[in-house]
Design a binder for this molecule. Structure first.
Ligand code: FES
Length: 106
Protein backbone atom coordinates (compact mmCIF):
# COMPACT_ATOMS: atom_id res chain seq x y z
CA UNK A 1 0.00 0.00 0.00
CA UNK A 2 1.49 3.40 -0.91
CA UNK A 3 2.73 5.59 1.89
CA UNK A 4 2.11 9.33 1.78
CA UNK A 5 3.97 11.84 3.95
CA UNK A 6 2.10 14.88 5.25
CA UNK A 7 4.08 17.90 6.41
CA UNK A 8 1.68 19.31 8.99
CA UNK A 9 1.04 23.00 9.71
CA UNK A 10 3.25 22.81 12.83
CA UNK A 11 6.14 21.36 10.80
CA UNK A 12 5.81 17.78 12.02
CA UNK A 13 5.79 15.03 9.39
CA UNK A 14 3.46 12.04 9.47
CA UNK A 15 3.72 9.13 7.05
CA UNK A 16 0.65 6.95 6.67
CA UNK A 17 -0.58 4.13 4.43
CA UNK A 18 -3.19 5.27 1.92
CA UNK A 19 -4.97 2.53 -0.06
CA UNK A 20 -4.90 2.92 -3.84
CA UNK A 21 -8.08 4.51 -5.09
CA UNK A 22 -8.45 6.71 -2.01
CA UNK A 23 -7.54 10.38 -2.03
CA UNK A 24 -4.72 12.16 -0.23
CA UNK A 25 -7.50 13.89 1.73
CA UNK A 26 -8.92 10.49 2.77
CA UNK A 27 -5.50 9.43 4.05
CA UNK A 28 -5.31 12.49 6.27
CA UNK A 29 -8.86 12.36 7.60
CA UNK A 30 -8.84 8.61 8.27
CA UNK A 31 -5.66 9.00 10.30
CA UNK A 32 -6.94 12.05 12.20
CA UNK A 33 -4.11 14.26 11.00
CA UNK A 34 -4.58 17.99 11.60
CA UNK A 35 -4.78 20.62 8.86
CA UNK A 36 -7.02 19.07 6.20
CA UNK A 37 -10.57 19.94 7.19
CA UNK A 38 -12.43 18.50 4.17
CA UNK A 39 -15.72 20.22 4.99
CA UNK A 40 -17.48 19.01 1.82
CA UNK A 41 -16.30 15.42 2.20
CA UNK A 42 -14.42 15.38 -1.08
CA UNK A 43 -16.91 16.78 -3.57
CA UNK A 44 -14.58 19.57 -4.72
CA UNK A 45 -16.65 22.43 -3.36
CA UNK A 46 -15.07 23.66 -0.10
CA UNK A 47 -11.32 23.99 -0.74
CA UNK A 48 -10.52 23.21 2.93
CA UNK A 49 -8.30 20.35 1.78
CA UNK A 50 -5.63 22.55 0.16
CA UNK A 51 -2.10 21.13 0.00
CA UNK A 52 1.13 21.97 -1.80
CA UNK A 53 2.61 19.30 -4.07
CA UNK A 54 5.99 19.42 -5.82
CA UNK A 55 5.82 19.25 -9.63
CA UNK A 56 7.41 15.76 -9.83
CA UNK A 57 4.82 14.42 -7.41
CA UNK A 58 1.98 16.36 -9.04
CA UNK A 59 2.66 14.56 -12.31
CA UNK A 60 1.67 11.27 -10.61
CA UNK A 61 -1.90 12.49 -10.20
CA UNK A 62 -4.61 13.48 -12.70
CA UNK A 63 -4.67 17.05 -13.92
CA UNK A 64 -7.06 19.30 -11.94
CA UNK A 65 -10.61 19.55 -13.22
CA UNK A 66 -12.11 23.00 -13.93
CA UNK A 67 -13.92 23.13 -10.55
CA UNK A 68 -10.64 22.59 -8.71
CA UNK A 69 -8.84 25.23 -10.76
CA UNK A 70 -11.62 27.74 -10.02
CA UNK A 71 -11.55 27.05 -6.26
CA UNK A 72 -7.76 27.20 -5.98
CA UNK A 73 -7.68 30.52 -7.82
CA UNK A 74 -9.36 32.25 -4.87
CA UNK A 75 -7.53 30.45 -2.07
CA UNK A 76 -5.42 32.40 0.39
CA UNK A 77 -1.76 31.50 -0.09
CA UNK A 78 -2.32 29.51 -3.27
CA UNK A 79 0.55 29.04 -5.71
CA UNK A 80 1.41 26.90 -8.72
CA UNK A 81 1.99 23.92 -6.40
CA UNK A 82 -1.52 24.15 -4.92
CA UNK A 83 -3.90 21.21 -5.24
CA UNK A 84 -7.07 20.12 -3.49
CA UNK A 85 -6.14 16.87 -1.79
CA UNK A 86 -9.59 15.31 -2.28
CA UNK A 87 -8.82 15.35 -6.01
CA UNK A 88 -5.47 13.58 -5.62
CA UNK A 89 -6.31 9.90 -6.07
CA UNK A 90 -3.53 7.63 -4.87
CA UNK A 91 -2.09 4.93 -7.13
CA UNK A 92 0.84 2.57 -6.57
CA UNK A 93 3.07 5.10 -8.37
CA UNK A 94 2.38 7.61 -5.60
CA UNK A 95 4.38 5.71 -2.98
CA UNK A 96 6.60 8.15 -1.11
CA UNK A 97 4.80 11.30 -2.21
CA UNK A 98 5.13 14.22 0.23
CA UNK A 99 2.51 16.94 0.52
CA UNK A 100 2.67 20.13 2.58
CA UNK A 101 -0.46 21.10 4.48
CA UNK A 102 -0.87 24.86 4.97
CA UNK A 103 -2.18 26.38 8.20
CA UNK A 104 -4.98 28.18 6.35
CA UNK A 105 -7.46 25.35 5.73
CA UNK A 106 -10.02 26.23 8.24
S1 FES B 1 -12.75 18.20 0.63
FE1 FES B 1 -13.91 19.90 -0.07
S2 FES B 1 -12.86 20.52 -1.85
FE2 FES B 1 -11.68 18.87 -1.12
Amino acid sequence: MPQITYVLPDGREETVDVPTGQSVMDGSVRNNLPGIVAECGGSCSCATCHVFVDPEAASLFDEPIDEEVDLVEFLEGACDRSRLSCQLIVSDACAGVRVVVPATNG
